[in-house]
Design a protein around this ligand. Sequence first.
Ligand code: ADP
Ligand code: MG
Length: 699
Amino acid sequence: MRPSILDPLFASATTLSGVGPKLGKVLDRFLGDEMRPARVIDLLFHLPTGAVDRRPSPSIAEAPIGDIATFAARVSEHRPAPAGKKAPYRIIVEDETGDVTLVFFHADSRHLAQTLPVGAYRIISGKLELWEGMRQMVHPERILDPKLAATLPAFEPVYPLTEGIGARVMMRIAQAAAERCPDMPEWQDAGFLAKSDFPSFHAAIEALHHPADRKAAEGDTVARRRIGYDELLASQIALALVRRQQKKIAGRATTGDGGLRFRIQSALPFELTEGQRKAIADIHGDMAKPERMLRLLQGDVGSGKTVVALMAMAAAAEAGRQSVLMAPTEILARQHAERLAPLAEQAGLKLALLTGREKGAGRRQVLEGLADGSIDIAVGTHALFQEGVAFHDLALAVVDEQHRFGVHQRLLLGSKGEAVDVLVMTATPIPRTLSLTWFGDMDISILSEKPAGRKPIVTRAISSERYDEVVGAIGRAVENGQQVYWVCPLVQESDTLDVAAAQERYEALREIFGDKVGLLHGQMPGREKDAAMAAFVAGQTRILVSTTVIEVGVDVPNASVMVIEHAERFGLAQLHQLRGRIGRGSAASTCLLLYKGPLGPIAEARLTIMRETEDGFRIAEEDLRLRGEGEVLGTKQSGSPDWRIARPETDGDLLAAARDDARLLIERDPHLETPRGQAIRVLLYLFERDVAIRLLRAG
Ligand code: ADP
Ligand code: MG
């Protein structure tokens, strides 16, 4: 139940005086959503983006031209439009330093006679202009009796508007909403407030809707940051509660004797990197705890996440329990299975593949093995979590390349076993500010170094007019024993056109290079895809023309050249993912970004960044900068952080503080029962994170 102190804020906006049904409908469209009308709180959090300076000038002569000016003057003359003419109605006002012509179109002369009678003194405010050397003001925004001068604020907030609501009305109703704001119990730590110089919630709302100066309305004030912090704390507490709940439901310790892991490690043809060792230790630590693991393994493309996953799955097998490794595409699932099979076999682990394509007797066999526990590791696609797939004792789910999975799949996955530990691996480097919002409920391990021996990739941007030279260059590369990816872009979010482009390029290259050229795209039947991939892995084909299906995870170390056609159409993250397919072997690698000019500024910036750096974190930050926050991971799938007040660009420090604060708070007061805990409940309702409160009751 929502604390009653919040009732005035969650009432419909139409309860504000001056908001009738008509304005109410406009507000619903503007600030509400399909499920609910606009409420007072939506106006409370509808913050100004600027302010108009209405401080009076000492005289007309000193009033700023070309800007909003406010001054006192005496009305000296009315000049109505001559009869029958469409001219405006003019009124001259003056003081001892000069005069201003006020201009009214479609004027109501009776009304003007009342508001601006000749001889009266008035405060006038509006945009002052020079017209043929004379000062004039078209439709003053404010006309006041000097007795009421005090009612004109020095700075007037300016709000984002929508069709059907004018600036003055919006200001009036937003300020009316602010007046409804009750004195809240303080949910923030007193020491933190003092240290940060933050006002109370109420004072902050007051300051935001009644800015003391122009900066206060635009800039990063303590008032805005205070409420931004409230919002961040609410979301981090909700995450902490969900996390605690998930851990409580689960809770089985998985420990093994290390025997399988030792065998796998000795069979590896390389030494683990420091980062891999550390991640493996983190994961085993989590699995051994009687709580559910929720860990994100974040590592740039090629950083070696797969072997970390294998070591985790081996630990589960040592405890006699099962694991799944879930990949976003068939190709990847197959590749993982093929990669892992020899290592698994050497260690004595039983590994099976399950995708939508396994049918008939083969499928039945896998299902039986999963159900009776004879299969230790299942590698597959989301088919692993379909109905009819039952596990004997599932301990661990590894989700590779998480950004291709929806939240829904993440939930499904938990339903296949009672206490499934979850390891999510992502190659999309997620800027810290975002990772905290989306994955604040997860622990994070980062593989920051690449395996030793990797050579830098030389990246060049080349105009598509030089296509023939590029073909010549890849011909030489192939003669040198190298292999080449040739990537054709999405034409229009359309698979068919997409495929046609790849097909066409395939045929063109085939005329030159014959059967050294292979083709791979999303519409090929599964078996053909496998065959195309296998031929390329085996080196039978030397040039693989493909659509972006190779974007994620594909690993052919001998491929050291990549051509990306129409690179200007790709986003940065995607270019980085694609390029990560090369630079994996011992040969120096080259990435050729073919573009068709003229380039727009953003496309040009992207290509420049790609040429300058291979650092996935830097690329992700730049991507964020170029595209704005929502698109980096594809908001639709991942669920946006949904902040109303907090700003990801400037509140990164607050986000980290909120996370720490939330964790500590939930540790000390898990049921939110202390006075601060009670206030926190109000905070959760205020920012509509109250689903988390239900978890308190359930637990
Ligand atoms: P990603 O993190 O992109 O999934 P992979 O797990 O596919 O990376 O690893 C990329 C390549 O690096 C694979 O060929 C893998 O065998 C190899 N690899 C992984 N760890 C190491 C290491 N410590 N030293 C050398 N090569 C490694
Ligand atoms: Mg991978």
